[in-house]
Design a protein around this ligand. Structure first.
Ligand code: N01
Length: 546
């Protein structure tokens, strides 16, 4: 049985609060949480900063934005009717189709009526006596609820470089993660793209098709591998649909919920010929297979990782005509797969086009933005459009941007100085009645699969609490500490944790994010779910419930 709290003042009755639960964000997480909490008969309000649903797929409308997980594995799985009626147009669908899908879901399940758009949550404070949260919006209006659920995404706080002069530029400019709804006209224009992560790579290969001239400013290159996208004809969609039960079962079993299964063989348990044939097969295969379906030791064994990196480096050399450019595009500061692998379609071939040039910022750093373009250490470049594909203050950044204060007024940002600590990625001690969907140290990977799991876990806890008239649910410091130890244990030996990237909490554009921390849970999703299930099955005995 859950541990009761000491006697204290009577909590504010739910009926006097504006809502039972407030959800922050109307992306894939927030929409599904709303749907599930409504089933409990709770009064729920979603506050969303944008003017439409979709979250990531609402904001990231930059040219070329698309899934790089198989569309049919990346939608919701909870509704057979939805699965039956929605046909995906491409194996890796583009943003416009995904946004349409999100709106289809919102309309189908009548979600809009409980979502308040253009409502950015700027503060959330816990009231210990009343056992409720008070939320403040950008317009200063305040709203109360017993429970607060963050559905704010782990890559949703865009970061700009700290260059002087950004505002001086006379032409249109935008960050990929805040792309204007009306788009930016770049056809025939001189365009700069800064950044070559997953967003930059998608944008570059699209913009290069019609830009007058595209100049890519690359700091550190990434290992990119082919997406192998294509349309899904009707008959193939029918086959995919018939295979949904198997597909989602597979996602439940794999380490990061993808459709790709890690090969149980070690890299050196096969002959050189077999190894190369296997990697060729993966390189020719769809999506993340080459990353998530590689030899079991490729991301832990240095020699295996080196060979794999050499294999991909040779592919880059084969695809890029100018050997000097090819070498600039080959990473030498990290091995394959130790940062998130951008997925590409003719990305490397773009650099063979006469309308594309590459500036290595390691050789020629940007000094500042000027009215007419970009000044580097060697010269001024003139541009009509500048695209910042410079990433996000990941994982904790979207929390940091809200003034969240828990019991006793502790700011969450302060509590997470030195790195986040959570209980199963869903709760934080001293922040009662607050739940995070895809919070730090929850299972990542094929996110919609993890989101559905997180949402249902939270729904079950809220059902448990409301059925028993419990008004307080809080992770204990011990529970947080134990989970943290487990997270650290699981991070051991992974080469990716030795590398600077958003996955290790690094963002050179953000004050205080220059030291590597373990911001990701690196165990498997099945292990994660087993641990969460254990907590629920034990009636949340590891928590304070009162
Ligand atoms: O961001 P990133 P992203 N000066 O941080 C460069 C997901 N995603 O938006 O590597 C110069 O990966 C920076 O350079 P460096 C996915 O999980 C999913 O591309 O720091 N350059 C880097 O090249 C992904 O991992 C999809 O040296 C600067 C780039 O900007 C995550 O989002 C699609 C700079 C940032 O790369 C983030 O991807 C897209 C500066 N001051 C993204 N600051 C899907 O398809 C930064 N850079 C689902």
């Amino acid at each position: 049985m859950a541990m009761p709290r000491e006697e204290g003042p009577t909590p504010q009755p739910s009926s006097t609060l504006d809502y039972d639960a407030i959800i922050v964000g109307a992306g894939i997480s927030g929409m599904y949480q709303l749907y599930r909490l409504r089933e409990l008969g709770l009064r729920v309000r979603v506050f969303e900063a944008g003017t439409g649903v979709g979250g990531t797929w609402y904001w990231n409308r930059y040219p070329g934005a698309r899934f790089d997980s198989e569309s049919y594995s990346y939608g919701y799985s909870f509704s057979q009717e939805l699965l039956d009626e929605w046909d995906w147009g491409e194996h890796f669908s583009g943003q416009p189709e995904i946004e349409r899908y999100c709106n289809h879901v919102a309309a189908k399940f009548d979600l809009y009526r409980d979502i308040q758009f253009s409502a950015r949550v700027i503060a959330a404070h816990f009231n210990e006596v009343g056992r409720h949260w008070t939320i403040t919006l950008g317009d200063r209006s305040q709203h109360t609820a017993r429970f607060l659920i963050s559905a704010i995404g782990l890559l949703s706080a865009p970061t700009m470089p700290r260059f002087d002069g950004i505002e001086d530029f006379r032409g249109p400019w935008a960050h990929t993660g805040l792309w204007p709804k009306g788009g930016i006209d770049y056809d025939g224009k001189r365009v700069a793209v800064i950044g070559t992560g997953a967003s930059g790579v998608q944008a570059i290969q699209e913009i290069a098709k019609t830009a007058g001239h595209l100049t890519v400013f690359q700091r550190r290159p990434n290992w990119c591998t082919p997406l192998h996208n294509g349309p899904i004809p009707k008959e193939e969609m029918d086959e995919i649909r018939a295979g949904y039960p198997k597909l989602f079962e597979l996602c439940r079993q794999t380490a990061a919920c993808f459709v790709h299964t890690i090969d149980p063989r070690g890299t050196f348990e096969v002959s050189d010929e077999e190894r190369i044939a296997f990697w060729e097969d993966r390189y020719a295969g769809k999506g993340f297979g080459i990353w998530q379906g590689n030899f079991r030791d490729m991301l832990t064994d240095r020699e295996s990782n080196r060979l794999m990196s050499d294999f991909v480096a040779d592919k880059i050399r084969q695809r890029v005509k100018d050997p000097k450019i090819a070498e600039l595009l080959i990473p030498n500061d990290h091995g394959f797969g130790t940062r998130r692998v951008p997925q590409e379609t003719n990305y490397y071939e773009v650099y063979n086009q006469t309308n594309v040039s590459l500036v290595s910022m390691l050789e020629e750093p940007i000094e500042r933005i000027i009215e007419t373009g970009i000044r580097t250490s060697s010269r001024d470049y003139e541009f009509d459009v500048i695209v910042y594909a410079t990433g996000f203050d990941a994982v904790t950044g979207s929390f940091d941007r809200i003034d969240i204060k828990g019991a006793g007024g502790t700011p969450l940002k302060e509590k997470w100085t030195g790195g986040p600590r959570t209980f199963i990625g869903l709760m934080v001690d001293e922040f009662p009645n607050m739940f995070m969907i895809m919070g730090p140290h929850a299972a990542l990977g094929n996110n919609p699969r993890s989101i559905e799991y997180n949402v249902e876990w939270i729904r079950d806890l809220l059902r448990y609490a409301t059925e028993r008239d419990l008004t307080l649910a809080e992770a204990t410091p011990d529970a947080v500490e134990n989970w943290h130890k487990f997270v650290l244990e699981k991070a051991e030996g992974l080469l990716s944790n030795e590398i600077d990237s958003w996955m290790t909490g690094i963002n050179l554009n953000v004050e205080g994010k220059q030291t590597r921390t373990i911001v990701r849970y690196s165990g498997t999703a099945p292990e994660y779910r087993a641990r969460c299930d254990e907590v629920a099955e034990a009636d949340y005995a590891e928590m304070h419930m009162d």
